[in-house]
Write a protein that binds this ligand. Structure first.
Ligand SMILES: C[S@@+](CC[C@H](N)C(=O)[O-])C[C@H]1O[C@@H](n2cnc3c(N)ncnc32)[C@H](O)[C@@H]1O
Length: 252
């Protein structure tokens, strides 16, 4: 019998059609402790990486309207940081496929009295339930590597961006500092899954996360995928020796 297309799920090959359900299980299982685990795993560094993303988004400080879309926005970490940096005209729409992650995000926004400046939408990055050219900026942080059809998601994020709007993607990358690469591998494969077991009760979820980082395309390859989706003036900046890259592109 002919087999459908396979794709990577961490180090396993799985049918493309099965990947999303496997990813959803991972994030459903860790949603409640996701933010705590991010702090522990990265030693707090994820905050600095997200701050670099927010600086690049550069929302206006005043009443001027500014519409952000944060795709795979999960617990709204990025969206809440952009709202804190911007003025009263800044509004954030958070799209995520996983209701458990969105529930945590909604509660966090309500606790900060930002409910009216946020919209939470359950949806798939591959088929955004949003109008064309609606947003001034579109972000995705540590989300794109989980999406089965990355090219489709990039095309969708390009579609909903206004002309002159900026796309920013924060994603794990390839460590390019000799010595740091081995240390990083030792840490990721030997410490993160056990830490995940203690904190979230799910070592497998964190094994997948570590493996999926290694399988994600190199930054120059991802930059080409962004160009193919229509983005222009594409560039990327390695952060922390290449542990993470901040990718940027414009809709022109
Ligand atoms: C590692 S978390 C990142 C969350 C958040 N952006 C952050 O940086 O804290 C990845 C998120 O991607 C979401 N996700 C996975 N596949 C998706 C898809 N096809 N469409 C939308 N969201 C997706 C997951 O539900 C999860 O919330």
């Amino acid at each position: 019998m002919a087999r459908g297309t396979d794709t990577d799920f961490g180090y396993r090959r799985v049918p493309l059609a099965d990947k999303q359900a496997l990813v959803d299980d991972v994030f459903h299982s860790v949603a409640d402790r996701y933010d705590l685990m991010n702090d522990l795993m990265s030693g707090g560094l994820h905050r600095a990486w997200k701050d670099a993303l927010v600086t690049a988004v550069n929302p206006p400080r005043g009443k001027q309207p500014f519409a952000l879309l944060d795709v795979a926005g999960g617990t709204a970490d990025v969206a809440l940081k952009v709202l804190a940096a911007g003025g009263s005209g800044t509004h954030a729409t958070i799209v995520d496929i996983n209701p458990a992650m969105l529930k945590v995000g909604r509660e966090r926004a309500a606790a900060r009295r930002l409910g009216r400046r946020t919209a939470f939408i359950e949806g798939n990055a591959e088929a955004l339930p949003l109008q064309d050219r609606r947003f001034d900026a579109v972000t995705i942080a540590f989300g794109i590597r989980n999406v089965p059809r990355i090219d489709q998601a990039l095309a969708e994020m390009h579609r909903v961006l206004r002309i002159g709007g900026r796309f920013l993607c924060l994603e794990f990358s390839s460590v390019d500092v000799p010595g740091l690469d081995r240390l990083y591998d030792l840490y990721s494969f030997n410490l993160i899954p056990p830490m995940g077991r203690v904190v979230t009760g799910d070592a497998e979820a964190y094994r997948y996360l570590v493996e999926s980082i290694r399988k994600f395309p190199k930054p120059a390859v991802f930059a080409d995928m962004m160009r193919a989706a229509g983005f222009r003036r594409v560039s990327f900046t390695p952060l922390t020796g290449g542990v993470v890259a901040l990718h940027s592109g414009w809709r022109l």
